[in-house]
Write a protein that binds this ligand. Sequence first.
Ligand code: DCP
Ligand code: MG
Length: 366
Amino acid sequence: MAQDQLPAPNTARKILHIDLDAFYAAVEQRDFPELRGRPVVVGGAPNSRGVVATCSYEARAFGIRSAMPASQAYRLCPEAVFVQPRFEVYRAISLEMRAIFLEFTELVEPVSLDEAYLDVSARSLSFDSALGIAREIKRRIRETTGLTASAGVSYNKFLAKIASDRNKPDGLCLILPEQGRNLVADLPIRAFHGIGRATEAKLRALGIERGRDLQRWPLARLIRQFGKAGEHYHRIAHGIDERPVLPNRSRKSWGAETTFPTDLSDKAEMIASLARLAEEVLRRLARQGLEARGLTIKVKYDNFQQVTRTRTLDHPFRDLREVLPHLAELLDRTAAGTRKVRLLGVSFSSLERPSPAGQLDLFTLD
Ligand code: DCP
Ligand code: MG
C-alpha cells in the first residue's frame, strides 16, 4: 500500500504562518483615513497598462483581484480609489513585523514582505500554547503597525499556510494533526503547495480535482505521471510536509523594473530609464550596507518576449557613474531599438558587505 510508506504526522512540530491582510491597501487606509471603508486599488492607474498589486476588501467585493489589469479593475468598480504603491513604507513595516517575530523565535522564514513562517516548536509543547503565541503576535503587530494579520497554526508549513488563509481577514486558525488529512481531502488541488496552473490542468485531466482524489492515487502511479514531484503531491495529499522553516534566507539580488505607458523605441530614453532604475536599487543596497559586483538588465519587447543580459565585475560597482557604461553595453547586446520595448528592469547580484580596509571579507552573501 502506498500509504504505508508515509511517515506519521510529526506532532512535535508547531509551525505558524502569518500574513498581513490586504497589505498595501490596508497601509493606505491606515495612513489616509478618507480611504477607510472604501474600495481602494493599489497599483497601476486605471488608464494605464499597469496591474493591481492588491486591493482593499471593499474592492474585492467587486471582483477586483491582485495581478488584474488596472483597466479591468476600473470597469468593475469605477468609484474605486486608485493609489500608487509606496514601497518604502511597506518595506519599513515589513521590518517592524520581522522584529516582532524574532521576539518569539529565531526560526523565521520570510516569504514576502507581508508573510512568514515561524517554527515555535522549541517553546510550545502543546498546540494550545502555539495558538497563544499566534494570538500574541497578532496583538503585537496590531499595536506596533496598526494593521491586522491572519495567523495559521499547524504541524507543518503547508497546513499552517492553509490555516492562515481560512478566516481572513484578522483570522486565527489551528489545524491539528488529526484534522490534517480530512481537511486536505476537501481542498481543491490548486490550493496545494507546489501545484501551479500547468500541473492543475494535468491533474484535472486525470480526474483529480480535490485532495480526496489525490489521496486515492497510488504513489507509484503519481511518480510515473509526475516524477519526483509526484511523491510530494502524494505526501501533501495526506497532510505530510516535512520542509523545515529556513531562517535568514538572504536575498541573492535586488532589482527594480518599470512598464512604460507606451512602448519605447528610442535607445537614449531606454538608457535614461535604466539609469533611474539602477540609481534607485543602488540607493536601496547602500541602505542595507551592501555592494554588488553583478549587474543584469531585463528587456521585455512589445510582443512580451523577454531577455536578460548580465555582467559581473571583479570589484563592486562604486556608484551610478561606474554602472552607466555597462548598462549601455548590455542594452546593445539586445534587440532594443530595432524592436520596441515595453518593460525595462535592472538588478544587482553577487552582493557583498564591504569590509574595513585590510580585513578579509567575511560576509560574502553568495
Ligand atoms: N502583491 C503584488 N502583486 C501580486 C500579489 C501581491 O504586488 N500579484 C503585493 C501586494 C500585497 C502584498 O504583495 O499587498 C502581499 O500579498 P498577499 O498575497 O499577502 O495579498 P494581500 O496581503 O494584499 O491580501 P491578503 O489579505 O489576501 O493576504
Ligand atoms: Mg497578505
